[in-house]
Design a protein around this ligand. Structure first.
Ligand SMILES: NC(=O)c1ccc[n+]([C@@H]2O[C@H](COP(=O)([O-])OP(=O)(O)OC[C@H]3O[C@@H](n4cnc5c(N)ncnc54)[C@H](O)[C@@H]3O)[C@@H](O)[C@H]2O)c1
Length: 415
């Protein structure tokens, strides 16, 4: 049957048409075969590439998993506060020494804390343990520029605090304490927040009365090397009371005396950090004739919070009224460190107050506050911190390659 049909077909078409048909069939066959061949090559190639990619990607996935595990941040314990008790709190200078301890306290008390800092003397490291927490925010901002946020309380701490830092750029120190304070008072007025100013015992200058109570007006050299800070803080206090009287802003003013504790700057240049670092490094302890004694950071933080939440709007001294000679203090640090350093006497710096001692009767009476951390206990914590910092520095030393000398074209410092 089939052969008959074929014969009929062959007879129906002539030989030329037959050739054409065969050619087309052959072409179709070759095209189909090469398509199959290509696909199998492609599939094989893809498989090989995929397995290569997998080989590279798997270890990366592993690393990401490890990072994610290590990044499941364990925050310090935080209290739960109901909406009505939880406050939105701004801390300017919150990445600095005092500000970061205040941040810890307010965060652990359950408040929402926004830290604003330009990192002039502060460090992210001081608050990094809160980064990512839902109650915490860190803003890189200079208070010399206005800030628009919604807050209930403002702790205004932004200002360099130690002589080498505030003398580094006196104009900037003045701007921070004047324009910066005006900006924060303006914010407090706009949003109806209460503002606490971190003022200083330096408003008393080189005092002529001892101890210094809050009604002493001070003895400040307005044109000396420390004036940018001392007068900056004095005018900041004046601004607070102008805003209180004229605009009804609620203000609190803390006159803080020397404070010490972990997270102080290595180059703070004041007596505690100097003595501890010198003792740890076996260098001579350099002693001036000063008699003021510092107090521990947690005592200061408790004082600041008590003052903020009190109804005391006039200035309050927060400091350590204990008296020791500076020589006794140097000896104590030497013993606690177990150092063989000798003690050397130095000539005094210009305008450095000879004697300062806070009268803290007002803080005791109105806030129920006084320092409670024993000096030795606080010093041991600070020594532990500085020892760790020295180790950290030694392990993370960056030794820059020498660069060819360049000709300086002018001042690059930013005001
Ligand atoms: N530590 C003390 O013994 C002491 C004593 C008296 C008063 N105070 C006051 O307490 C406050 C805090 O002092 P500290 O010892 O923590 O000093 P600090 O230098 O460690 O902290 C100050 C912080 O303010 C930031 N800052 C400076 N200028 C700023 C600006 N223009 N804008 C934004 N941020 C800025 C710094 O980067 C730093 O984080 C200061 O106002 C200081 O005058 C401190």
């Amino acid at each position: 049957m089939v052969s008959k049909a074929l014969l009929r077909l062959v007879s129906a078409v002539n030989r030329r048409r037959m050739k054409l048909l065969l050619g087309i069939a052959l072409l179709a066959y070759v095209a189909f075969y090469s398509f199959l061949l290509n696909r199998s090559i492609q599939e094989n190639g893809e498989l090989k590439i995929e397995s290569k990619i997998e080989e590279i990607v798997e270890p990366l996935r592993e690393k990401i998993r490890d990072l994610e595990k290590s990044f499941t941040q364990k925050y310090p314990p935080v209290k739960f506060l109901s909406e009505k008790d939880r406050k939105r709190i701004l801390i300017t200078g919150g990445a600095g020494f005092v500000g970061s301890h205040l941040t810890d306290k307010l965060m652990m008390d359950g408040h929402e804390v926004t830290v604003v800092d330009n990192f002039f003397t502060g460090r992210k490291r001081n608050v990094e343990h809160w980064i990512g927490h839902e109650n915490f925010e860190l803003i890189n901002h200079d208070v010399v520029e206005p800030l628009y946020i919604e807050v209930d309380q403002i702790y205004h701490l932004a200002s360099p605090a130690s002589p080498p830092n505030y003398m580094y750029n006196p104009i900037k120190t003045l701007k921070t304490n004047t324009i910066g304070t005006l900006n924060m008072l303006g914010l407090a007025k706009r949003v109806g927040a209460r503002l606490l100013l971190a003022s200083t015992s330096e408003v008393y200058g080189d005092p002529e009365v001892h101890p210094q109570s809050e009604d002493y007006w001070g003895h400040v050299n307005p044109i000396g090397p420390r004036a940018c800070y001392d007068e900056g803080k004095r005018v900041a206090e004046t601004m607070c009371y102008a805003y209180m009287k004229q605009e009804g802003v609620e203000v609190r003013v803390a006159r803080i005396f020397n404070t010490f504790g972990p997270r102080m700057h290595m180059n703070d240049g004041r007596v505690v950090s100097n003595f501890i670092l010198q003792a740890l490094q076996g260098e001579p302890l350099t002693v001036g004739s000063l008699t003021r004694l510092p107090f521990y950071s947690s005592d200061l933080v408790n004082g600041l919070v008590a003052l903020m939440n009190s109804n005391v709007s006039s200035p309050v001294n927060l400091g350590n009224p204990e008296e020791h000679t500076i020589l006794e203090f140097a000896q104590l640090i030497k013993n606690l460190v177990g150092s063989g350093s000798e003690i050397q006497f130095l000539s005094e710096a210009q305008d450095d107050p000879q004697k300062r001692k806070p009268d803290i009767k007002k803080a005791k009476l109105m806030l129920g506050w006084e320092p409670v951390v024993p000096l030795e206990e606080g010093l041991n914590k600070a020594i532990h911190y500085f020892r760790k910092e020295l180790e950290y520095q030694a392990n993370n030393q960056y030794i820059p390659k020498p660069k060819p000398a360049r000709i300086k074209k002018g001042r690059t410092r930013h005001n």
